[in-house]
Ligand binder design. Structure first.
Ligand code: SF4
Ligand code: SF4
Length: 412
């Protein structure tokens, strides 16, 4: 893994007042692009955020191939509005996001329709990382070093997370979203050394110039992939990552002391009182945190711990192997007795040869668990099983089921 000289902190080192702890909350209504533009303007405008840099690195949450309508991934229209503002300010937008460890990156990009989306909005996708930059954050307690793509060294880093729950870390908003910049081996380190403290250490090393949280849908319950779509209808934006996350807590009625990385962040970064500007968006009536057993958490931790010897011996990742065999994780299964062989699931699946209509089997080696086939099946003949407590996917307008191969990005 080639690297440049290690550094201690990436991104802005001091945000000038009055913007430091300001957090903008806005209703989205029907126009997420307009809400995004207004949030950027209220925080000083893109010119000021870029501060002379010619590249803006956009980091959405594309943890897996699930649409933003499920609340799992960042809305492409929000990303398009940010990219447009970056272009207008004379810089180049570069999209950088590596999906969850168990998923195939290119297949995930295909399901999300990123190729076409990025071409249309003139966004460069960072697919292959040729050079990694080693970061050794000052004051880190567990994650003493990690790597990020070297492009981040000179770019303006814009964090575009989703407001949602997470079965392992409790919540996944701005602080947690930075994890998707790291290579697989560093993410494994975070899981085995203790995810909550490692998220705090990660945020010692990376300071985004801007965070815009997509709360258009979001998830509560057992997120971050198959939780309940929360339909929040808001955007939360700010320059200080912890302040943004704490403002999201207020919105959702979540006590930040119940989430490890927010509790540790407040204790280690000092008092943080977000100054909320923009519109009053009130508080959600109910927002459920994940409910998973201690056994689930232990099994998740153990999977990463066992990955060290396996990877050393074979070069493969245990998590990916188990996922592809269907032994862990969410997976669709066709119920033979209920299937009429209409073929609509095959039409809806964005990936070739993931479903074999003759044998009525889903190929779990290639299937990326987007569940578009489940939505498309008119007979309810596809069951969903898995450790993460997945439910049948909510209906998503325009995503799958309409016949013909398609991906989520096609309409965005
Ligand atoms: S869409 Fe449903 S009924 Fe039709 S082939 Fe697929 S599983 Fe069978
Ligand atoms: S088989 Fe179903 S869950 Fe798997 S990739 Fe295709 S549509 Fe998605």
């Amino acid at each position: 893994m080639p690297t440049r000289t290690p550094i201690t902190q990436l991104g802005v080192t001091g945000i000038p007042p009055p913007h430091a702890l300001q957090v903008v909350t806005l209703h989205i209504g029907n126009d997420i692009e307009d809400a995004t533009r207004r949030a950027v303007e209220l925080l000083g405008g893109m010119h000021s955020l870029l501060d002379g840099r010619r590249v803006a690195v956009l980091k959405p949450n594309f943890v897996a191939g699930r649409s933003s309508q499920t609340g799992a991934t960042t809305n492409l229209r929000l990303i398009a509005a940010v990219a447009e503002a970056v272009h207008a300010a004379g810089a180049e937008p570069v999209l950088c996001e590596f999906p969850g460890t168990e998923f195939d990156y290119e297949a995930t990009y295909t399901i999300l329709g990123l190729e076409e989306f990025c071409r249309r909005h003139e966004i460069r996708i960072l697919r292959q990382v040729d050079r990694w930059l080693e970061v050794r954050p000052d004051g880190a307690r567990r994650l003493k070093r990690f790597h990020v793509p070297a492009e981040l060294a000179d770019g303006c880093f814009i964090n575009l997370p989703v407001l949602k729950t997470h079965v392992v870390s409790g919540m996944s908003v701005a602080m947690k979203n930075l994890m998707g910049l790291l290579p697989r081996r560093d993410r494994r380190t975070m899981h085995t050394l203790g995810i909550q403290q490692c998220i705090v250490d990660l945020n010692r090393g990376i300071r985004p110039a801007l965070n815009i949280v997509d709360g258009s849908v979001g998830q509560d319950g057992n997120g971050p992939l198959y939780g309940r779509a929360a339909n929040l209808g808001v955007i939360v934006a700010g320059r200080d990552t912890l302040a943004v996350d704490l403002a999201c807590c207020q919105l959702c009625g979540v006590d930040p002391l119940t989430i490890g990385h927010w509790r540790l962040g407040q204790a280690q970064f000092g008092e943080c009182h977000p100054q909320v500007i923009g519109e009053s968006v009130g508080r959600l009536a109910s927002f459920a945190l994940p409910k998973v057993s201690a056994l689930y958490r232990f099994a998740f931790w153990l999977m990463y711990a066992l990955d060290y010897p396996l990877h050393w011996l074979t070069g493969d990742d245990l998590c990916t192997i188990l996922f592809k065999t269907g032994m862990v994780g969410t997976r669709p299964r066709i119920i033979d007795s209920a299937c009429t062989r209409c073929g609509k699931c095959v039409d809806a699946c964005p990936l070739p040869e993931a479903i074999d209509l003759h044998s009525l089997r889903v190929n779990l080696r290639t299937c990326q668990r987007c569940l578009l086939c489940v939505e498309a099946c008119p007979e309810g003949a596809i069951a969903v099983a898995g450790m993460s407590g997945a439910q049948k996917a909510p209906a998503t307008a325009g995503a799958g089921g309409a016949g013909g191969k398609r991906s989520y990005g096609a309409d965005q």
